[in-house]
Design a protein around this ligand. Structure first.
Ligand SMILES: Nc1ncnc2c1ncn2[C@@H]1O[C@H](COP(=O)(O)OP(=O)(O)OC[C@H]2O[C@@H]([n+]3cccc(C(=O)O)c3)[C@H](O)[C@@H]2O)[C@@H](O)[C@H]1O
Ligand SMILES: Nc1ncnc2c1ncn2[C@@H]1O[C@H](COP(=O)(O)OP(=O)(O)OP(=O)(O)O)[C@@H](O)[C@H]1O
Ligand SMILES: [Mg+2]
Length: 249
């Protein structure tokens, strides 16, 4: 299947999903990164009049907002912006204060708690916006992130559908190029933007190039293979519904 047909198929799939759900359209959180940029273009194609980009800075690098604006303008996508910094301060500061009063504040766990709260505040906000518009929330996980569990459970992983979850990062860039995402966005180093200087590849301990090769069944160095297999195993719970005990006999 050529790229045009694959894109059309994905757009039709998105439209059918929303129609079957009784939703009026689709929205996505737009970060300024390439994954959400591609999804922004896809939802605009699926619902030209009923699609929305939501820009949600949360103590973020100001350049991300500039990039996010570039994306919505290039996609000609209607957008809104809500700053989550004060909400984050309120909740994260409140948790830290309460734990400190009990003598229970674990310094080495703060960065991840802070980061994942940002992703979960975004999820809550996207669903609040979705309720107003009667839209579905569209996820942006690609195949590498999905396989490694490189997302926040019920944060950026808390969505109604994951239309690009079968695409490797290389394919995301290829689709993005084809669909018209600006080069400056395609060439940015992938980052969750959850703390200053964070990059996906540094945190994962391997590269998207190697993960993509692995997912295509190609040989990669043993060390990278081990990292990928360990991350995949450890994150199995994120790709399943919450476990419940077996029924009583
Ligand atoms: N076996 C198990 N069965 C059931 N639940 C289990 C579990 N193991 C952990 N858990 C639960 O899962 C939690 C850990 O998962 P989670 O909260 O997701 O936290 P975690 O996987 O530790 O962190 C999320 C990772 O995703 C990255 N991320 C987040 C957001 C966006 C992006 C991006 O690329 O933009 C990347 C982030 O930088 C970080 O590396 C535990 O606190 C626990 O509650
Ligand atoms: N500032 C933000 N505003 C709105 N949504 C955001 C913001 N930051 C992150 N998100 C959402 O979280 C998702 C996960 O981020 P992730 O970094 O994996 O994707 P990306 O930024 O689109 O691409 P890349 O991985 O190349 O940085 C984003 O695609 C987006 O939907
Ligand atoms: Mg990003």
């Amino acid at each position: 299947m050529n790229l045009q047909k694959k894109v059309d198929f994905t757009v039709d799939w998105l439209r059918a999903l929303a129609n079957n759900a009784g939703a009026d359209g689709l929205l996505v959180g737009v970060s300024g990164g390439v994954d959400s940029a591609l999804v922004a273009f896809l939802i605009k194609k699926a619902f030209p009049e009923n699609s929305l980009g939501v820009i949600l800075p949360c103590k973020s690098n100001p350049q991300d907002q500039v990039d996010a604006k570039t994306v919505v303008e290039a996609a000609d996508l209607k957008h809104i912006q809500i700053d989550l910094s004060a909400a984050h301060d309120e909740i994260f500061g409140g948790v830290q204060q309460a734990a400190k009063e009990k003598g229970d504040l674990y310094e080495d766990r703060q960065r991840l708690g802070d980061a994942n709260l940002r992703a979960r505040l975004r999820m809550s906000t996207l669903y609040t916006v979705a309720a107003n518009y009667n839209y579905l929330v569209v996820g942006t996980d690609n195949a590498a992130e999905w396989h490694l569990g490189y997302f926040t459970k019920y944060g950026d992983g808390g969505v109604d559908c994951v239309p690009i979850a079968n695409l490797t990062k290389g394919e995301v860039r290829q689709w993005a190029e084809w669909i018209g995402v600006p080069q400056s966005i395609i060439q940015k180093a992938p980052s969750a933007g959850l703390w200053e200087g964070q990059t996906d590849e540094e945190e994962m301990g391997t590269t998207y190039e190697k993960v993509d090769l692995y997912l295509k069944g190609k040989e990669i160095p043993e060390q990278d293979k081990q990292i990928i297999e360990q991350l995949h195993k450890r994150s199995a719970h994120k790709r399943q519904m919450p476990p419940k005990p077996p029924l009583f006999k």
